[in-house]
Design a protein around this ligand. Structure first.
Ligand code: NCD
Length: 318
């Protein structure tokens, strides 16, 4: 068994072989998703509940599609309208849902660590769909799959992660994953948007975008996450675009076949030029969305296999 996890709470606990196991299975689901008949039955009979305490377009939609394509019963909890608004704690909500016997719980929450806490209280598989500034494992996995398919490998690549790194769970999960797979990672952005314990990550840091992009294979752009900023981190959006926005001129420093990525949602004209984002010869932003569905199918499939096995063993012992 190459994938032994009970939950997918982050990239941190994963072994490189487990990352590869998810990506290999996801490759198969990419093929399935391109057919007219997109159904498989890996999650047949199981119940998946999506709890999003923070707004989401792509992530929620792709988790929903992923579950439905694999035959699960999928419920989206409207968390804005739920009892949370009436003061119920996260744990009470989790216990209430747990009593309905879900098998897969997909959770996004504004607080780092909230999803880990919740996973300790329920007896089903929990997937972290983004917790505060901490982790967003399925995003890093879909980014890895996109890179692996575009570059033919996922090791020894020069990868620049650019922009608002301090507030980004996407950057954190990607740093961990791409580091585990032995790539050379550069962080590019203004000093105010670099995380405080930057040295712990052991990667090169650049404050000059042109220098940072020199000869890289992959340019990963990040959104300016204003909702997580509590003050003036940048002088103005115009100034930011001038220094750190990805345009054709800055991109010309990268390798001629470098790919451009962005997790979405994009602020065109703030961190990325609209023409670059739409350039099908450079940008793999649409592929990232496609890979997102396949990676989530693979992750839920593997977790469900482990869940069924654990339940079977518990029954044998009882
Ligand atoms: C990211 C997120 O929510 O962390 N978006 C996503 O999941 N596609 C990045 C972001 O919000 O900028």
């Amino acid at each position: 068994m190459t994938f032994t996890q009970k939950h997918l709470l982050g990239i941190e606990p994963l072994h490189p072989t487990e990352i590869t196991a998810i990506l290999d299975l996801a490759d198969q689901y990419v093929d399935l998703n391109r057919r007219d008949q997109k159904h498989a039955d890996a999650l047949a009979g199981l119940t998946q509940i999506n709890m999003f305490f923070e707004n989401s377009t792509r992530t929620q939609a792709s988790f929903e599609l992923a579950g439905k394509r694999l035959g699960a019963d999928v419920m989206n909890m409207a968390m804005q309208a739920s009892s949370i608004k009436k003061g119920e704690t996260l744990i009470d909500t989790a216990l209430t849902l747990n009593a309905m016997h879900p098998d897969l719980l997909v959770v996004r929450h504004p607080h780092s660590g909230a999803v880990d806490l919740l996973a300790q209280k329920v007896n089903c598989a929990v997937l972290n769909a983004g917790d505060g500034k901490h982790e967003h494992p399925t995003q890093a996995l879909l980014d890895a799959l996109t890179i692996r398919r575009a570059k033919g490998r996922l090791h020894r690549l020069n990868i620049a992660i650019c922009g608002d790194i301090a507030h980004s769970r996407v950057a954190r999960s990607n740093l961990i994953l791409l580091g585990k797979m032995e790539n050379r990672i550069r962080l590019v952005g203004p000093p105010t948007l670099m995380p405080s314990q930057i040295d712990a990550f052991g990667c090169e840091v650049y404050h000059d975008m042109r220098e940072g992009l020199q000869d890289v294979d992959v340019v990963m752009m990040l959104r300016l996450q204003r909702e997580r900023m509590d003050g003036g981190f940048i002088p103005s959006e115009r100034e930011y675009y001038h220094r750190y926005g990805l345009d054709a001129e800055k991109l010309s420093e990268a390798k001629p076949d470098a790919i451009v990525m962005h997790p979405g949602p994009m602020n065109r004209g703030v961190e990325i030029d609209g023409d670059i984002a739409d350039d099908i010869n450079r940008s793999v932003i649409q592929e990232q969305v496609e890979m997102g569905v396949a990676v989530r199918m693979a992750a839920m499939d593997l977790l469900a296999r482990n869940l069924r096995e654990t339940r079977r063993q518990t029954e044998v012992m009882a």
